[in-house]
Design a protein around this ligand. Structure first.
Ligand code: ADP
Ligand code: MG
Length: 245
């Protein structure tokens, strides 16, 4: 072995080029066999490194998103929910124009009809399209916001959430009407208005959102901001959970 071949693995490690490190020997052989130019060889190696980094980023973003496992479009049976328009859901999943424009999606329906599944499936595809996504049970996020407010750190948390272009608020109706919890949620909704997207799932129609927010005016103001740029999806089917029984 030549001296430079002995130090190369260390150099590549120092440069954080793990894919180069794993592949350079095998690629040397392929390049020699096929008479590749130096630039072709280098470009091939760079490609391997970029692909590896992109797949690592995808894995990391899925982990950070807290999306429920396996709730993807491939596991969703559109035939079970005929009122749902597959073209609409596929378009929202496979395009991110609406995320770039900070538009929202609201999914209404009773328990068990697939609201969380659809929201998550759209979330997964948005991560694949390169967007950061974060999934929250809304009541959990409201508690986090409330705790931050009590510690005078609400602004910090809101700024951190600002960096996530798509936030999923699952089951907004389970937030306690408790003044503190829902007013911080209101602050989040105002903060994201026209700057960041939300997917919201809800058991109750808008007309009952006064049970979420402390008063009618706050409910109206929140709804106003959410629906100004939004796609609304209604699922009134029978629960998928109880269907087979
Ligand atoms: P919701 O959020 O409306 O209460 P979920 O999304 O949690 O309902 O759905 C309940 C369960 O049924 C989940 O395990 C979900 O994956 C599954 N499910 C619901 N609708 C479908 C569907 N159309 N195809 C496949 N699985 C579904
Ligand atoms: Mg749900």
């Amino acid at each position: 072995m030549q001296q430079h071949e002995a130090v190369l693995p260390l150099q590549l490690k120092e440069l954080n080029l793990s894919s180069f490190n794993m592949n350079w020997q095998q690629c040397n052989e392929i390049a020699t066999e096929n008479n590749w130019s130096y630039s072709k060889y280098l470009s091939y190696m760079c490609n391997l490194e970029l692909e590896k980094r992109s797949s690592n980023r995808l894995i990391r973003r899925i982990k950070e998103s807290s999306l429920p496992a396996n709730k993807t479009l491939s596991g969703f049976d559109f035939n079970a929910i005929p009122e749902l328009n597959p073209a609409q859901i596929n378009a929202l999943a496979n395009c991110d124009g609406w995320v770039k424009k900070a538009h929202n999606i609201i999914i209404f329906g009773p328990s068990g009809v697939g609201k969380t599944h659809v929201a998550s499936a759209i979330g997964y595809r948005q991560i694949e399209l390169g967007n950061k996504v974060k999934f929250f049970k809304t009541s959990h996020l409201a508690q986090l916001l409330q705790q931050s407010k009590a510690q005078f750190r609400l602004k910090d948390l809101l700024v951190k959430l600002d960096r996530i272009p798509l936030i999923i608020l699952d089951d907004i109706g389970y937030v306690k009407k408790d003044e503190h919890e829902s007013s911080v949620l209101f602050e989040l909704i105002c903060q994201r208005y026209e700057t960041g997207s939300l997917i919201i799932t809800a058991n109750q129609p808008f007309s009952e959102w006064d049970s979420i927010f402390p008063d009618n005016m706050m409910a109206v103001a929140a709804i106003d901001r959410i629906v100004h740029h939004a796609s609304i999806i209604n699922i009134s089917a029978q629960s998928y959970r109880t269907k087979g029984r």
